[in-house]
Design a protein around this ligand. Structure first.
Ligand code: GRF
Length: 219
């Protein structure tokens, strides 16, 4: 089976990278990580890649005269590794319109909210303080506007009254670690089509349950 070549871009902890590595270690998973790029020399995630003998390029913006040169280096590295799908996994730099257009429909991201709600940073503290009862994560194609683009997979989790951003982020991360490999698998299998800004997934089961929070125990 010809596997889809992934380039995973990280800046920090790399728990989503780890989940993707884990998925790719399965023989029947239709994708393979060709390269990890970190824009931070101290990113913890670099160790996950090295532990699995995955090539890592550290490309720090500070080492380049400007953003154009920085992004040119990233594109060169991705092309050299024959990357077919770029996966942003906690990559904390906003990429230019040019870069994104170069990888149009070949670059995806994971965001820790149910988009289009809570774009941007601090999603968990905002979801808690706004009193949301359900939040989650979204894997989406990247477009020049931040946290926009056709949604591929979403996972929903409840918010409990005692939640802190920390406890909530742990619950959402568990969902992220399931959703990111699933989105990659669907793309690698050629089952995702982008039509009028939405994705159509071939051969999926309709989700038929309702996630209701809170669950009321007494009448
Ligand atoms: C995740 O919450 C992801 O949704 C967001 O950044 C975080 C990265 O975490 N884009 P990790 O580095 O994958 O552990």
């Amino acid at each position: 089976m010809k596997k889809l070549n992934l380039g995973v871009m990280i800046s920090g902890r790399g728990s989503n990278l780890q989940a993707i590595i884990q998925a790719c270690s399965m023989d029947d998973f239709p994708a393979n990580i060709a390269l990890v790029i970190s824009n931070n020399n101290n990113a913890e995630g670099i160790n996950h890649a090295s532990d699995s003998q995955i090539p890592v390029n550290i490309i720090e913006e500070e080492s380049y005269p400007d953003r154009v040169a920085f992004e040119k280096k990233i594109t060169e590295a991705l092309n050299f590794a024959e990357v077919e799908l770029v996966c942003l996994a906690g990559f904390m730099k906003i990429l230019s319109k040019n870069f994104i257009n170069e990888w149009y429909d070949k670059i995806i991201n994971i965001h820790p909210s149910l988009l289009p709600s809570f774009k941007g940073l601090d999603t968990h503290s905002r979801a808690i303080s706004e009193g949301a009862k359900i939040t989650g994560c979204s894997v989406h194609y990247v477009r020049p506007a931040v946290d926009e683009g056709p949604i591929i997979v979403q996972g929903a989790v409840p918010i409990f009254p005692e939640d802190t951003p920390d406890t909530l982020s742990k619950r959402v991360l568990e969902a992220e670690h399931k959703c990111y490999p699933l989105a990659i698998k669907l793309i690698a299998q050629g089952r995702v089509k982008v039509i009028s800004g939405r994705t159509i997934i071939d051969g999926h089961d309709q989700f038929s349950e309702t996630l209701i929070n809170p669950k009321i125990l007494k009448n």
